[in-house]
Design a protein around this ligand. Sequence first.
Ligand SMILES: Nc1ncnc2c1ncn2[C@@H]1O[C@H](COP(=O)(O)OP(=O)(O)OP(=O)(O)O)[C@@H](O)[C@H]1O
Ligand SMILES: [Mg+2]
Length: 225
Amino acid sequence: MSSKIIQTKNLWKVYTRGSIRVEALRGVNLEIERGELVSIVGPSGSGKTTLLNCLGGLDRPTKGEVVVSGVNISVLPDEELVKFRREKVGFVFQFFNLLPEFTALENVIIPMLIIGKSKDEAAREARELLREVGLLERADHYPYELSGGEMQRVAIARALANDPLIVLMDEPTGNLDSKTTLELMKLVRRINREKRVTFVIVTHNKLVADMTEKKYRLEDGKIIE
Ligand SMILES: Nc1ncnc2c1ncn2[C@@H]1O[C@H](COP(=O)(O)OP(=O)(O)OP(=O)(O)O)[C@@H](O)[C@H]1O
Ligand SMILES: [Mg+2]
């Protein structure tokens, strides 16, 4: 059975500031199936981050639609878009973006508390997620006590916190060496297989792209292959 989890229709994003006009996305049509592991590659400035942000509801397109699991998120009112993001999307960034004053466990718990889970339930699920990424024994450590690869595993556990439909990763291995990159991608592949979570990974790294099922290439705001 094929089921589209993400679909974009003629997606445009134009930034304007004064007389400067940047066409970051120029008519992107994309279809991603549920459970796919997809990478998006392309030169710097080609629109990868912009596209990812539109897919996850962090940004709104200028024109066109983003349909996630049958819902056109481009037209959702702000508070519904925030709810969509919290409940359905996990984000992983290049610089980990963990909260430095909270432990690994707390970083994973927080998104669950935000959507109203009880402390006990959140703590139980967060421990399970840390176990899945192989970091349960580091649950009480602060981000500064962890290596880059470990921080990124915590970030993945956090991204999975509310059982998202999609996890969007922007250069997740940009700050990792090649051995750690490989380990992280193996983890992503295992989670993708076991949980059937859809992953969309923006990357400059050919090794990372080669470990995904499908590669898209963006150039000048357009998908070219
Ligand atoms: N907030 C903004 N205001 C104006 N222009 C922007 C804004 N965000 C992005 N852009 C422009 O849109 C284009 C696409 O940017 P984007 O960040 O999506 O590229 P990218 O493919 O992610 O690049 P990189 O690989 O360097 O991260 C660039 O020309 C960029 O300068
Ligand atoms: Mg980018």
